[in-house]
Write a protein that binds this ligand. Structure first.
Ligand code: NAD
Length: 343
């Protein structure tokens, strides 16, 4: 029997509690040893504790250093700051790991198996922006500062390279725009090349690709890539692009990993339009739970979970509405748990 692993559970807003219920049922069927501390955040946090990221939730993650999180609602424009961004900063979650793998064969892009590793804390997303007023136009000039550091680049690149080695990947592409942003993305490229020469040469092949060419190549022939590692803004865009190659955000998990904690989540939002109807697809959160199992060194359970998802969708043909099926979340969960229990 594996040791109990304390972990924070944030069901989240909208469809969050519905897909979390499905995920917990699957983890229980697997015998996953997580010892959950249930906490609130997002809109639920505002309603119950007057804070989208209550102190108790932060305290719990500080203690467990591990969390599974449902989607959190963030108002656009005004309102409170995204709890997701705050969590990233608070726990220095510098690496965003976004695997994209085909689950339902026969789509426009078949047999996709890619990983995007995105720098999560630096670059153009640090929020140093301002306007300059000229005459009577207060927004005459808009400015943003991007910051990439040697140390920040190195730890992210090292994370990506270690991940490639640990998962037997053959090729890593460093994606950049060092031909134009020579300093801001040049430092990332230069650090990656230096690190590869010093520590990883021969362990996998390394290539460098300019972001715009990379986007085109991913659409023309995504199979030429394996692991893509890049800075914050490019990674944000590319990780959604590769999610699109495997059927959209509903099938895509994400891991935010740092020195102080690791938080796993579905990439999609709280889907307020279908919340409470019992029709949400729990696959993205289930795949996030599989990443979490890999993270705590229980890869056999992660594989069992991924295999059971494949079997439920493809052999049993049990699919929710977004995948063209008629199953409700509870039907899918029942079929999945049966697959896990029989597997
Ligand atoms: P969304 O991902 O919630 O929904 C987009 C569309 O996809 C909707 O039609 C929705 O019904 C559908 N959808 C999403 N997940 C689904 C699932 N599992 N099964 C079936 N259908 C699904 O995006 P949005 O509407 O732009 O955002 C809603 C809220 O979620 C916003 O407040 C936003 O800030 C938040 N959000 C949170 C996260 C996060 O916590 N990681 C990510 C994105 C958006």
């Amino acid at each position: 029997m594996p040791q109990p692993i304390p972990a924070t559970l944030i069901p989240g807003d909208g469809i969050g509690p519905e897909i979390m219920e499905a995920t917990l049922a699957a983890l229980q069927a697997l015998g996953a040893p997580f010892q959950w501390e249930t906490q609130i955040a997002g809109l639920e946090g505002v309603k119950t504790a007057g804070d989208p990221l209550p102190a108790d939730t932060l305290k719990s993650i500080r203690r467990t250093r591990l969390a599974l999180k449902g989607p959190l609602e963030t108002p656009s424009g005004g309102g409170y700051r995204s709890s997701n961004v705050r969590l990233r900063e608070e726990f220095q979650l510098y690496a965003n790991l976004r695997p994209a793998r085909t689950i339902i064969p026969g789509g426009r892009f078949d047999k996709i198996d890619l990983v995007v590793v995105r720098e999560n804390l630096e670059g153009l997303y640090i929020g140093h922006e301002h306007y300059i007023k000229i005459d009577d136009d207060p927004h005459a000039v808009a400015m943003a500062t991007g910051v990439n550091t040697r140390q920040g680049s190195r730890r992210l690149l090292e994370f990506a390279f270690e991940h490639a080695v640990a998962t037997g990947r053959k090729k890593v592409a460093i994606v950049h725009k060092a031909n134009i942003m020579k300093a801001l993305t040049g430092i990332f490229l230069e650090t990656g090349l230096e690190l590869y020469e010093r520590k990883y040469k021969g362990k996998f092949a390394l290539e460098t690709v300019i972001i715009d060419a990379c986007a085109m190549k991913l659409v023309l022939n995504p199979w030429q890539f394996d692991v893509l590692v890049t800075t914050n803004l490019f990674g944000d865009i590319l990780s959604d692009l590769v999610a699109g190659l495997v059927g959209g955000l509903g099938m895509t998990p994400g891991g935010n990993i740092g020195t102080d904690a690791a938080i796993f989540e579905a990439v999609h939002g709280s889907a307020p339009d279908i919340a409470g109807k019992g029709i949400a697809n729990p696959i993205a959160l289930l795949l996030a739970a599989a990443m979490m199992l890999d993270h705590v060194h229980l890869p056999h359970m992660a594989t069992r979970l991924r295999t059971a998802i494949d079997q439920t969708v493809n052999l049993d043909q049990v699919r929710t509405g977004d995948l063209g099926g008629t199953a409700k979340t509870a039907d899918f969960t029942r079929a999945l748990v049966k697959r896990i229990s029989n597997g």
